[in-house]
Every structure is written in C-alpha cells, then in structure tokens.
Write a protein that binds this ligand. Structure first.
Ligand SMILES: *[C@@H]1O[C@H](CO)[C@@H](O)[C@H](O)[C@H]1NC(C)=O
Ligand SMILES: *[C@@H]1O[C@H](CO)[C@@H](O)[C@H](O)[C@H]1NC(C)=O
Length: 274
C-alpha cells in the first residue's frame, strides 16, 4: 500500500511548517495603521447573528463577555488580514446565552459542512495573533478550498471523509468558468464531499498530482478520495461541468466507480471522459 493522500499531505505540512515564515507577524506589520477596509461588525441580536452564520461562507464571531481582554484587539486586527471572511463581535447577553456561551469564545461557522468550531476560555488564554491566524487559515474551508499544506490539516480535521480534487492550472483560460461550475456542484454535496482545487501550475503541488498517478498531459482532472478505506478514483476531463462532476461524485458514493488502487500501478491512461 502506498502512502495515503492523508500522509502525503501531513508530511508536506510538516516539511512546510519548518520553512514557512511567520505569516501572521508579517501580515500584521503590513496592515499596522493602514486601511480599515474590513472591521468586525457588531452583532446585537440573535436574528442578525443567525443571519450571518447562515449566509457567510465562513464567519468568525468573537463572543466576548469582557471586551477588555487582550484577545479582543487581536481578534479585531485579524479582520484586516482575512478580508474574505466575515468577522463579527457580540457582547450581547441575549446572543451569548443563545449560543450557550458563559465566558468568552471565538467561533468559526462554515457552510461547506455546517460545522462550528469553538475556541473557549481555556484556549483563548494562551492565544496570540499567530495562533489565531493559523487556526483561521487551517479551518476556513470554503465551498471550494484551494489546497495548501496548511489547509490540508483542516481538511482532515472534519467529519467529511470524501474529498474531491480538481487539478487544474489557475492560469488556464477556462479557469474562471470551470471554478464557477465546480463551486455550483460543490453546493450539491454539502456535508458529504469537500471540494478542493489543486493549482497544477504550482510546482509544490506536483506530489499531490503524482499521488493520484496523473500526468501533466491528463489535466485538468478530477480525483476523488475517501479517507476511511483509502479508496480513490480519477477522471481526466476536458471541460468542467456540473453534470460531469455530479455524475463522478454520485458514482463514487454509490461505489460503482470505486476501484481499489492498493498496489496498483496502472495509470488509468485508457479511461475515457464521461
Ligand atoms: C457591550 O459593549 C458596549 C461597548 O463597549 C457597552 O456599552 C455595553 O454595555 C456592553 N454590553 C454588555 C451586555 O456588556
Ligand atoms: C445550546 O444548548 C442547548 C442544550 O444543550 C442546545 O439544545 C442548543 O442547540 C444550544 N444552542 C446553540 C445555538 O447551539
């Protein structure tokens, strides 16, 4: 049996960790005193809070009983750093009670698997900007999450055991339209399959592509992976359509396309497009 997709990712994660610059520190310096493009919004009632958690792809809410604790300003500065994530703060006792929060808590809500992640009082005590930033980067899974070693850990920390990867060059002319359709398909599998984009234009992603025994010439391609049994399948595609993606996923979930690649060397070259 080969190295699983999981181990492949975790390995590269560990390797990258040593090499990664302290992203948060850099970003903080850059945003220090600069524009105020995104501020955390104030949530004063339950309907507004529920609206945000149900509509934002990823929302992070600081529920603070005490606004004087140091993490509050750190939390606010994060809003600048992650401009595509909805940041909010609430100190309303009504809201905190509704979310069963007795102290202070930072919660991440995401649509893709309807999951909520909490950092509670104990976690917050030892939290600094760099840890909070890492937490956000790791767990901000989208309808389509772009693969990176850091996000890989987040992907495998979910209850969703099936991952679909689209391996495609972001620089290709079909990219925008393909992404739109891929994202549309992702919504059909909420909580069932996590959709991932692997930019084949990035050299460091080559090992993910070769894990699935795909060649450059076969891309763009889909690869679907199920982590419990380490089962996977691939499908080179010339055009990404909702129907093709859906058909491939449905087939895999039903087991009709499922093949066991353990010890298999075949590169699947003869497989036709759907
Ligand atoms: C929430 O914070 C605001 C602004 O600091 C303050 O005026 C208000 O009293 C706080 N509300 C509660 C319930 O602590
Ligand atoms: C708060 O806790 C109660 C009882 O455990 C639970 O039924 C409810 O869903 C929780 N509220 C939220 C918003 O999670």
């Amino acid at each position: 049996m080969g190295v699983s997709w999981f181990r492949c990712l975790v390995l590269s994660f560990i390797l990258m960790c040593g090499l990664l610059p302290e992203v948060p520190a850099d970003a903080e310096e850059a945003s220090d005193g600069l524009s105020t493009t995104q501020e955390a919004i104030w949530l004063t009632d339950i309907p507004a809070t529920e609206e945000l958690t149900k509509t934002a792809e990823v929302a992070i809410i600081g529920f603070f009983q005490d606004l004087e604790i140091p993490i509050v300003s750190t939390f606010r500065s994060m809003a600048q750093q992650f401009r595509d994530i909805a940041f909010a703060i609430s100190n309303s006792s009504e809201v905190l009670t509704h979310y069963n929060i007795t102290g202070n808590s930072i919660c991440l809500f995401r649509q893709v698997d309807k999951e909520q992640l909490h950092l509670d009082d104990k976690d917050i005590e030892s939290l600094d900007a760099s840890k909070l930033s890492r937490f956000i980067q790791m767990h901000s899974l989208r309808w389509v999450t772009e693969y990176s070693p850091l996000i890989a850990t987040g992907l495998f920390n979910t209850r969703v055991q099936t991952h679909l990867l689209l391996m495609m060059n972001k620089a290709s002319p079909e990219y925008e339209e393909s992404m739109q359709r891929y994202r549309e398909a992702a919504k059909l599998f909420q909580g069932q399959i996590l959709f991932v984009l692997v930019d084949s234009g990035r050299g460091e992603n080559r090992k993910v592509i070769s894990y699935f025994q795909l060649k450059e010439s076969q891309l763009p391609a889909l690869a679907i992976y199920e982590s419990v049994d380490d089962k996977w399948d691939t499908l080179p595609i010339t055009e990404v359509t909702v129907e093709k993606v859906q058909g491939f996923c449905d087939g895999f979930l039903k087991g009709t396309l499922l093949r066991d690649h353990n010890g298999e060397e075949d590169t699947d070259a003869g497989k036709e497009e759907l």
